[in-house]
Design a protein around this ligand. Sequence first.
Ligand SMILES: [Fe+2]
Length: 259
Amino acid sequence: MLENNTNKDERRAKRYACKSRISIKGFEGFAVLKDINADGVCIMSKTYVTIAPQDALTVRISPESSSGVKAFDVQVEVRWIKSSPTLFMAGFLIKEKKESNLFQQYIDCLTGKRPAGTSSPPSNKVFQWSDALATGNEQIDAEHKQLIQALNNFFAVCSVHSSGDAMQKTINFLLDYTVKHFYNEEQLQLRYKYPGYNNHKAFHENFKKNVHSLMVEFINKGPSDELLKRAKHDIGEVIIAHIQHEDTRLAAHIRGQQS
Ligand SMILES: [Fe+2]
């Protein structure tokens, strides 16, 4: 019994309220979002909204501008409705977070995990995708964008003193994605008989080793200015240069083979 109460208190402690602009089935205006969390939300408004239990709806949430989080859609199911002449309340089960990253950012903002006013990735968006990095090969470019995003996420996590778990998660993704992307690129090289395969693969192997050993240092020592500086150069700048030169050459070779 005691344990149940404790769990209930813990759950309650993780719920937050805020006032946001929402758009839901014809209603558009400010409402209090109460008990907002990853699984559900309760909406309180002075305006009656015509909805019924079990309706599946899309709620557009436009967080207050000070949060720095852009508007996002959430797919919900109506669980309950209460109304009085002055107040309309409804509880929703969150079925799908369409722009889950923005939803999570907002919750992080409400819970103080993310400073208000920062857009994501926070202040440390170190590397930016631009046309200068486009090789012209759709698959390679899509994977490079993802890789740059993974890098930025890693640096962002390092800059906001996130938990060890959060850092471990971004590191795991970065390592896994690097391996996956290099493998895919190498498969393309074999398929299109790329003459620079051996040198290119040697670069990949060396890069993977460097990333791995740097990440081990991050896990063991935590992020320091010195380590971050090395990572920005040895991982970020090195891979950007590789994309601009080696990968661009590879994409041109593939185009030549396809035409
Ligand atoms: Fe490459």
